[in-house]
Every structure is written in C-alpha cells, then in structure tokens.
Write a protein that binds this ligand. Structure first.
Ligand SMILES: Cc1cc2nc3c(=O)[nH]c(=O)nc-3n(C[C@H](O)[C@H](O)[C@H](O)COP(=O)(O)O)c2cc1C
Length: 130
C-alpha cells in the first residue's frame, strides 16, 4: 500500500525557472525516497500530489512545510492506494493551457489514468480557477 497526499499552497508570481528549480530538486531526491507525483502551478498557488511510503511522505512534508518559496500549506486529502497513480513520474510538472476553457479537456487527457475520480476532479477544478 502507498500513501497519497494532495495539498495546495500559496506562492504568488514565481518565474518558470523558480518552479523548474523545485522540479529539479524533486527529480534528484524523489527516486531515492520512492516518491512520485505531480505538481501544478497556476501563478498563485501550487497543487501537489505526492505518493510513496507513509514515512517518506511525512519526512518530505517536513521539508516542504519549511520551504520559504511558499506559504499556507493546506492538506486537501490523505489517501491510501494499492497502486501509484504516477509510477513513472519522479515529479511531473503539469502545465496549464493559457485558455481556461481548454484546460479542462487538456488536463483530462494529460492526468494519469490511475488517479481516482475524486482526486482527478479536485485537480481539474483547481486548474480551471483563474
Ligand atoms: C511546492 C513545492 C514542492 C516541492 N516538492 C518537492 C518534492 O517532491 N521533492 C523534494 O525533494 N523536494 C520538493 N520541494 C523542495 C523541498 O522543499 C526542499 O527545498 C528540497 O527537498 C531540498 O532538497 P535539495 O537540497 O536537494 O534541493 C518542493 C518545494 C515546493 C515549494
């Protein structure tokens, strides 16, 4: 069994490079810790899905909570799953289409098939918020 955490946080106006730096340290660290997931940034807020062994997620959340690049971390859901939704993604950045109207359908195609319906809905609803 694996744990999945879904949280949002606040970080206004980070540049693409600043967000990429987060992805780079995730790609460096997560494989060794058996962590996979996805990250969305809409210009004001992050939404991240993390999955892995419970103990690893607890340790990573301590680091993430102390990261000065964002504030107001709010856990939306903690789940237990038998299979990872993102087995191949050390941490995948999901880019949002410019057009809010197109985001829903593009994301629906882009998000991993193994996500449960409720989590998929929360992620898509986050993405279509302006
Ligand atoms: C929104 C957000 C998501 C992050 N996700 C991860 C992650 O999945 N894995 C990770 O190792 N660090 C993540 N970090 C970075 C950690 O807070 C921390 O900076 C990093 O793990 C430190 O490791 P490093 O010294 O190897 O860069 C994230 C930071 C932010 C702001």
């Amino acid at each position: 069994m694996y744990s999945q955490y879904l949280y949002i946080s606040t970080a206004p106006s980070l540049s693409r490079d600043e967000v990429n730096a987060i992805l780079e340290s995730s790609a460096r660290n997560n494989p060794a810790n058996g962590i996979t997931g996805l990250l969305l940034y809409n210009g004001r807020n992050f939404l991240q899905l993390l999955e892995g062994e419970e103990g690893e997620l607890v340790s990573l959340m301590v680091k993430i909570e102390h990261d000065p690049r964002h504030t107001g971390i709010s856990m939306l859901d903690r789940m237990t799953v038998s299979k990872r939704a993102c087995p191949d993604w050390a941490m995948r950045r999901i880019l949002l289409a410019e057009s809010v109207e197109k985001r829903r359908e593009l994301l629906d195609a882009d998000l991993p098939k193994g996500l449960d319906a409720q989590t998929r809905k929360i992620i898509i609803n986050f993405a279509v918020l302006n």
